[in-house]
Design a protein around this ligand. Structure first.
Ligand SMILES: Nc1ncnc2c1ncn2[C@@H]1O[C@H](COP(=O)(O)OP(=O)(O)OP(=O)(O)O)[C@@H](O)[C@H]1O
Length: 249
């Protein structure tokens, strides 16, 4: 049965990502209340919850886009509370935002190179882009095309591939399936599972809660800025109360 509300769960190793008693928001506005979660190395963790419950804010407070007011965020045991997004990116964490984040006036290739800007090394960025084109041949074919002309599915692949430029240990993905046609959704989820198979730890926010939990080693339910339930993905999917309240019955 899913547990409440300490989300550190059945720990088997040192968490790669941990939030301890985090209260966070924007300026004087508090959105998250006393949130504690742990994501272990090479896990897929999925965060679900109603609209406006604070799922994006949770990711933003890890990454430095929202303000952590009290509590601690750590990465591989190191306190990273309040670090900037650029520091986190350099440190091996990538974040694909919910809102479209490609630069529409730039080509696919220029967008890819932007993903490697922290290298400060054009040759290294170009070489890494070529590696990714081998894994994303669709993007290789589109490399000279303006990113603003891509379909929704192609754009999402570009966002994923660009976030992989830094070979992250941890990827945070905010609603990767939102707005996509079903055939693209399956493609994006397959990519996420492949990345995880290659050793990338994934923290996912997913509106399609059943789909997200079905690939998750660990799930968290956030409501009104608080963690209400945690468990394995399967435990949450099978939990009567979680099902009734958060999975549409
Ligand atoms: N930049 C901001 N400044 C102030 N309040 C914000 C800001 N961004 C979000 N909020 C507020 O924080 C609360 C939580 O929003 P958040 O986007 O984290 O929720 P969510 O669970 O991700 O929602 P959704 O499922 O709709 O994407 C909302 O009340 C929202 O209005």
């Amino acid at each position: 049965m899913a547990s409440t509300p300490d989300a550190t769960g059945d720990s088997t190793g040192e968490p790669v990502l941990r939030m301890e008693n985090v209260t966070a928001g924007y300026g004087n506005t508090t959105v998250l209340h006393d949130v504690s979660i742990a994501v272990e190395d090479e896990q897929v963790a999925c965060l679900i919850g109603p609209n406006g419950s604070g799922k994006s804010t949770l990711m933003k407070s890890i990454y430095g886009f929202a303000d952590v007011q009290t509590g601690t965020v750590s990465f591989r045991g190191e306190d990273i509370t309040g670090r900037s997004p650029q520091q986190n990116l350099s440190n091996g964490m990538s974040y694909v935002l919910q809102d479209a984040s490609v630069f529409p006036g730039m080509s696919v290739h220029e967008n890819m190179l932007m993903g490697g800007y922290v290298f400060n090394d054009d040759d290294r960025a170009a070489a890494r882009a070529e590696e990714l084109y081998a894994e994303f041949p669709v993007l290789a074919d589109l490399r000279n095309q303006s990113a603003g002309t891509l379909s929704g599915g192609q754009r999402r692949l570009l966002e994923l591939a660009r976030a992989l430029m830094v070979e992250p240990d941890v990827m945070m993905l905010d609603e990767p399936s939102i707005g996509l046609e079903p055939r693209f959704i399956d493609d994006v989820f397959e990519r996420i599972e492949q990345l995880n198979d290659l050793g990338t730890t994934i923290l996912l926010v997913e509106q399609n809660a059943e789909k997200g939990l079905s690939i998750a080693d660990r799930g968290f339910v956030l409501a009104s800025g608080e963690i209400k339930f945690t468990g394995t993905g399967t435990e949450l999917l099978n939990d009567e109360e979680v099902g009734r309240l958060y999975l549409g019955g």
